[in-house]
Design a protein around this ligand. Structure first.
Ligand SMILES: [Zn+2]
Length: 123
């Protein structure tokens, strides 16, 4: 099963492969923390003018409850690393961003159509 909550006011103009594939991964990773993922922004809100959000290929995720304050581990970072690894194994165009100054209270994800294919390892 995959279930995604959507914050009130979030605008989806398109739901395609790019979102569905990512949503399955986010759902499965968050499930380990007993949380149903919530999209807090899609094609709405305030982002950089050239953001993928405005091309229906950027989505923000709530992180409430992912970190366990009883452990010294940053469970959000762990979850992000897992989501990124799995998403990029399916399609290198996925970016999953968390932890810089603009992304401390949510996870930003996007499907970057302009991203060039990484070189095979060994180069
Ligand atoms: Zn974002």
């Amino acid at each position: 099963m995959v279930k995604i909550n959507v914050k009130k006011g979030v605008v989806f103009n398109v739901i395609g492969y790019e979102f569905c594939t990512l949503a399955r991964i986010v759902y499965r990773v968050f499930e380990k923390h007993g949380i149903v993922p919530t999209v807090t922004s899609a094609n709405d809100g305030k982002h950089l003018p050239d953001s993928w959000h405005y091309k229906d290929l950027g989505w923000d995720w709530r992180i409430w409850g992912v970190d366990d304050p009883k452990t010294p581990i940053d469970e959000v970072k762990q979850a992000v690393d897992e989501i990124r690894r799995e998403a990029q194994a399916i399609d290198y165009r996925y970016d999953v961003i968390y932890g810089d100054k603009d992304h401390l209270d949510h996870i930003h994800t996007e499907y970057d159509l302009n991203k060039s294919k990484p070189l095979p390892t060994g180069y």
